[in-house]
Design a protein around this ligand. Structure first.
Ligand code: FES
Ligand code: FES
Length: 164
């Protein structure tokens, strides 16, 4: 199959690569760009492990062809702690037992990052609804919910402090 050129910005870095039109975005990120933080589980849009942020929406990269991302902006888990410092959300995952084997974690982190940016005042129910599309076989979800709740609390506190 003829290869096609794809140009994307991932975590602020420009990538210009060749890929077959049938290549999934999840495979493109991992195999062509070497960004293996995006995990692949079901490849059917069910588990959420492959979630990334494409432009301004959290999406499952196993349901998108790489060519569909041409010219677009992507955020993956590698972009979260790019300065070497964990984000507040990552810190709270660590402190609240939000992860165990880590297989689901990168997808959940990206979905939750996008969610918190869009819903900075979200309550527990909304957090649980957001997480309902992500499968985790280890944690029992409590630690994940707590990590997102704490992040929202801490962000609200910082905004309050900035405004006083
Ligand atoms: S690997 Fe994409 S949703 Fe499971
Ligand atoms: S931490 Fe193992 S699947 Fe979620």
């Amino acid at each position: 199959m003829a290869m096609q050129e794809i140009e994307v910005t991932i975590n602020g870095t420009r990538y210009q690569e060749m890929a077959e039109p049938r290549m999934l975005l999840s495979d493109f990120l991992r195999e062509v760009c070497g960004l293996t933080g995006t995990h692949v589980g079901c490849e059917h849009g069910v588990c959420g492990a492959c979630t990334i942020v494409l432009d301004d929406a959290a999406v499952r990269s196993c349901l998108i062809f790489a060519v569909q991302a041409d010219g677009r902006n992507i955020r993956t888990v590698e972009g979260l702690a790019h300065t070497g410092q964990l984000t507040t959300l990552q810190k709270n995952f660590k402190e609240n037992h939000g992860l165990q084997c880590g297989f689901c974690t990168s997808g959940i982190l990206m979905a939750a990052t996008d969610f918190i940016e869009k819903k900075p005042e979200a309550d527990s129910q909304e957090i649980k609804e957001m997480l309902s599309g992500h499968l985790c076989r280890c944690t029992g979800y409590d630690g994940i919910v707590k990590a997102v709740e704490k992040t929202i609390e801490e962000n609200k506190k910082s905004v309050k402090e900035l405004n006083t």
